[in-house]
Design a binder for this molecule. Structure first.
Ligand SMILES: Cc1cc2nc3c(=O)[nH]c(=O)nc-3n(C[C@H](O)[C@H](O)[C@H](O)COP(=O)(O)OP(=O)(O)OC[C@H]3O[C@@H](n4cnc5c(N)ncnc54)[C@H](O)[C@@H]3O)c2cc1C
Length: 501
């Protein structure tokens, strides 16, 4: 950084990353910054990324978006979690919900009480006590903060939406707030000879766009942070081996279920995302274990509704940039790294990186401290999510294909080994305090895909056996009563946020 303050911000790329970045900057720093976004219709966007996690509600609140308008204009639906089919073993399934099961007693998590019961023969699984599971089973949804007048939390939710409508929606938001959009392909990048900072980009129509600070949102190309500044990429394929996807839209589901489905396949997994007007589908796989042709056939054979196009291939390498901020340039979105879409975390990472960047945005000539802090925190966040994703592949009893045998037997990071060992011993999670995924998430994946822990937290022994039975019964009754009073997901959308046809 050579200037006393950043006055002109240039964002290169107009996919989800570019427009979220522009929207957040326009909203929070728009009065002091001139913002220009450069994108190329000829290059286009990756065109996927349609499932989110609850943190997106915070972004929408910061931007001041009206939820119903947002859902209407993106053909959106609501999401209570992800149904994982065939992950632990073929024939198994569980919902990774956005909420906690049951009710905690004092500081003892509900799952510890349930675990104690299960270890002495109780035959109902943890999800029997999950409000989210029960609502998902009946395709019901409403905004519910709390269950009646009880300590049980209500429905935590996120959204599914059409990625291209989402980018268009944000673009309109940004343009109304003074962001300038410039069309063109970047053909040259100019740098200050002394500092190495980027000073301008030149487009294929010879237009030069100068700026003080540049955000690289050019997707997998990573035009500025990767190609120009040469920041290396850490490849995590040995832990997350999927490197390819094929995506295809299909007709809408007959029943609009409020969850994403992720079905494990012989060399990867297939997603199904229900939208109001169509269904998003894709097969994520490792090309070392299956040919593209076979992967395409698997995708089409696994559709629940009629395809509306031919499958579209996408290649990727899971991993992250060594540094996210280099010189006067930050990479955001796919340019900064990619954690495969199993837990719908990429849009969240965009949001989290933008918010961190705004908090640390350089105000003085020397931004070394801010840059260092930004890089440290982004790296930690990537690694925490990485471990949670690896868990899905590694914590399995599947050994029916070469791919699953590899995943089951691979050597995983020590940080993950420790969490698995702790859970196997006592059902405790060992979650880091700033981990994106809550205790309930770790518990659900470990229980949903693996064996029951050997022990439980001794604090869960406080209830007498009869009291424990009564408590579990009461929790279940509350859930049934609460879900019985909810509208269906479809009825909720029809009333509040139906897209125009
Ligand atoms: C198979 C798959 C499934 C996914 N599913 C999910 C999901 O369910 N949930 C989720 O949160 N995320 C998901 N993601 C991630 C999500 O799609 C991305 O995080 C998101 O779309 C952001 O992409 P982007 O904006 O970084 O890149 P892109 O969409 O690729 O946009 C890049 C932009 O840069 C521009 N550009 C590139 N080069 C130039 C140039 N030379 N000159 C000018 N402009 C240029 C392009 O025109 C475009 O506007 C998925 C990703 C993949 C691969």
């Amino acid at each position: 950084m050579n200037k006393a303050a950043v006055q002109k911000l240039v964002i290169v790329g107009g996919g989800t990353a570019g427009w979220i970045t522009a929207a957040a900057f326009a909203r929070l720093l728009g009065k002091s910054l001139q913002i220009e976004l450069v994108e190329s219709d000829a290059i286009g966007t990756v065109g996927v990324g349609e499932a989110t996690i609850p943190q997106i509600i915070r972004l929408n609140t910061i931007l001041g978006l009206d939820e119903n308008d947002f859902i209407k204009r993106t053909n959106g639906t609501f999401k209570l979690g992800i149904e994982f089919v065939d992950w632990g073993k073929i024939g198994s399934k569980y919902l990774h919900t956005f909420g906690d099961a049951g009710i905690n007693i004092a500081s003892v998590p509900f799952h510890q009480h349930w675990l104690r019961a299960a270890q002495t023969g109780h035959d109902k699984d943890l999800w029997h006590y999950s409000l989210h599971q029960h609502a998902a089973d009946h395709a019901k949804f409403a905004k519910l903060d709390r269950v009646g007048n009880t300590p049980m939390s209500g429905l935590a939710y996120a959204y599914h939406f059409d990625a291209s409508l989402y980018a268009a929606y944000l673009r309109q938001y940004c343009e109304q707030r003074g962001v300038t959009r410039t069309e063109g392909i970047v053909s040259k990048v100019s740098r200050n000879a002394e500092s190495g900072d980027i000073t301008a980009i030149t487009l294929d129509n010879d237009r030069e766009v100068a700026g003080d600070f540049f955000i690289d949102c050019t997707g997998f190309r990573a035009l500025l942070i990767g190609q120009e500044l040469g920041v290396d990429y850490q490849d995590w394929s040995k832990w997350l081996p999927c490197n390819s996807a094929q995506a295809v839209p299909s007709e809408r589901l007959e029943t609009l279920v409020p969850y994403t489905r992720a079905t494990a396949k012989s060399a990867g997994w297939q997603w199904r995302i229900p939208l109001q007007h169509r269904t998003g589908n894709g097969h994520v796989y490792c090309s070392d274990f299956i040919s593209d042709d076979e992967a395409g056939e698997t995708l089409l054979a696994g559709l629940d509704t009629k395809p509306l196009a031919d499958p579209r291939p996408i290649r990727f390498t899971t991993g992250r940039r060594e540094r996210f901020w280099s010189h006067n340039c930050v990479g955001i979105g796919l340019a900064s790294g990619f954690l495969e879409p199993l837990e719908s975390t990429s849009i969240h990472l965009i949001q989290s990186h933008v918010s961190r960047l705004i908090q640390l945005f350089p105000r003085s000539e020397n931004a070394d401290a801010e840059r260092g802090e930004y890089n440290r925190r982004c790296a930690a966040e990537f690694e925490q999510i990485r471990d949670f994703l690896i868990l899905h592949y590694h914590h399995t009893q599947r050994d029916d294909s070469e791919f699953w045998r590899y995943c089951k037997n691979m050597d995983v990071p020590d940080t993950l080994k420790q969490k698995q060992a702790l859970f196997a011993s006592s059902g405790r999670t060992g979650r880091d305090a700033d981990d994106l995924f809550r205790d309930a998430s770790w518990v659900q994946v470990m229980l949903g895909q693996g064996a029951l822990p050997k022990g439980h937290d001794p604090m869960a022994d406080a209830l007498l056996p009869d009291q424990l039975d009564e408590f579990l019964g009461n929790v279940r009754t509350l859930i049934e009563q609460s879900v019985a009073s909810l509208p269906t997901h479809e009825e909720y959308i029809a009333k509040a946020c139906m897209a125009e046809r």
